[in-house]
Design a protein around this ligand. Sequence first.
Ligand SMILES: [Zn+2]
Length: 158
Amino acid sequence: MWGKNHVPRFSFIVGLVTRNAITTRDKQLQWGRITQANCPLCDGGLETSDHLFFQCSYSAQIAACGIGLNWFNHCFWDAALTAACSNNSSNTTAGRVRGIVWSLVIAHIWYERCRRCKGEPALTPAAVAQRIYKEISFLVCGKPELEADFGEVKLLRV
Ligand SMILES: [Zn+2]
């Protein structure tokens, strides 16, 4: 999906998510493995891929920290992926940054979800956003904690 701009470390997770191949709680509930399928991030809804990445209030707070790139303009995977593919001008720096941000946001929401399922202490949305920001700035600029303006994409310190 992201062509040469993919980040191998994250593209595996992104590939699973985009194929709806991650084991969200709604699937575990259908399989009879669990009896409750609340989202472990917000505890406010059935955990589906759409909920986790586009409807969850916790994930929305991560986006609100300035890294979401209008992430929550889309509410469902189909619409979000269509928009991402049609807007992914990967030959530009802004397109490259957008692709990296997509991968990192998806991966870090999933990592935090998995951490909580293991009983690890919850990170605040700002702490997750800070992790994403540091990785983006390192991947894109080679330096941690840098503010940069790539035209349509602005990387701001969080
Ligand atoms: Zn949620």
